[in-house]
Design a protein around this ligand. Structure first.
Ligand code: NAP
Length: 251
């Protein structure tokens, strides 16, 4: 049977995989949650919006006769990833995650690890700092209980409602970012603390590099747990998995 792929997207890796899949002439659709106003251009057919939980995804997989799911969502998109594991198990659909190894501290890094948003919030319950808060639009309001800080926010889309902090500056950009530019940005806004998710990969690393060069502390939010699944770490590996997973049911 010809493969019929579902790529769960929303990352640069998913976009790169979509290009490779298109060039290979494979049948595929890429799915977005619909969080950003202008998702990156895709060569593949796309669908937008949630599936309706595990059962909704399982129904979709059956209705569309999907043979392979490649979960290329962000490492913090834990709910979607857990749903993919459950729905693929329910329907017997082959699943792999195209993901990235987490960052680990290098010489010169000054990281304080926190287990999640709640812990990050608790760690910010302290006298006013000048914070670069790089957690994405969805989590901004979580930080409202600590309004004493100045927050530098970098977002893909302009916020629909003003952030709940009296003292902030919003930059709208989807990158790519460089360590030199991020260092200059941190100096310009006199930043003395960076709050970041441990996203892994290269796309969001510039601020971590810049913080190291400036000797700034980073509050590093560790990744959420995701149920066990097969994982690959490059588009080439994902393409190889697609070529072989019809018989292997995993890697
Ligand atoms: P999440 O909390 O894991 O997912 C919440 C719900 O959104 C899911 O249960 C699902 O709804 C829907 N959803 C998520 N990803 C989807 C996709 N690719 N296609 C269709 N529905 C999807 O996810 P999130 O953290 O809000 O992330 C949403 C999207 O943004 C993902 O595509 C992710 O790759 C991207 N993104 C996230 C982050 C981050 O830090 N979280 C950063 C960069 C990009 P149903 O239950 O109704 O199916």
């Amino acid at each position: 049977m010809q493969p019929n792929l579902l790529i769960l997207g929303g990352t640069t890796e998913a976009t790169a995989l979509a290009k490779a899949v298109h060039e290979a002439g494979l049948r595929a659709i890429i799915s977005f949650a619909g969080r950003v106003e202008r998702p990156a251009r895709q060569p593949l057919q796309r669908r937008i919006g949630g599936f309706g939980g595990v059962d909704g995804l399982a129904r979709y997989l059956r209705a569309e006769q999907i043979t392979h799911v490649i979960d290329a969502t962000h490492p913090f998109a834990a709910q979607m990833s857990a749903h993919a594991v459950a729905a693929c198990a329910q329907t017997g659909t082959a699943l792999v995650a195209l993901t990235r190894a987490p960052w680990s501290p290098q010489k010169g890094d000054n990281w304080q690890h926190v287990g999640g948003m709640d812990e990050a919030l608790a760690a910010l319950d302290r006298p006013a700092r000048r914070v670069m808060l790089a957690v994405g639009r969805m989590h901004l309001d979580d930080f409202a209980p600590n309004p004493q800080h100045f927050y530098l926010l970098r977002l893909v889309d302009p916020p629909k409602t003003p952030p709940a902090f009296p003292d902030h500056h919003v930059l709208v950009s989807r990158g790519p970012f460089t360590a030199d530019a991020d260092r200059a940005l941190m100096q310009r806004f006199d930043i003395d603390l960076v709050v970041s998710k441990n996203a892994g990969g290269t796309g969001a690393y510039a601020k971590i590099d810049a913080a190291r060069r400036l000797g700034l502390p980073v509050l590093m939010i560790d990744r959420p747990a995701i149920p066990e699944r097969a994982e690959v770490f490059s588009v080439a590996e994902a393409m190889d998995w697609i070529a072989h997973a019809g018989t292997l049911r995993g890697v």
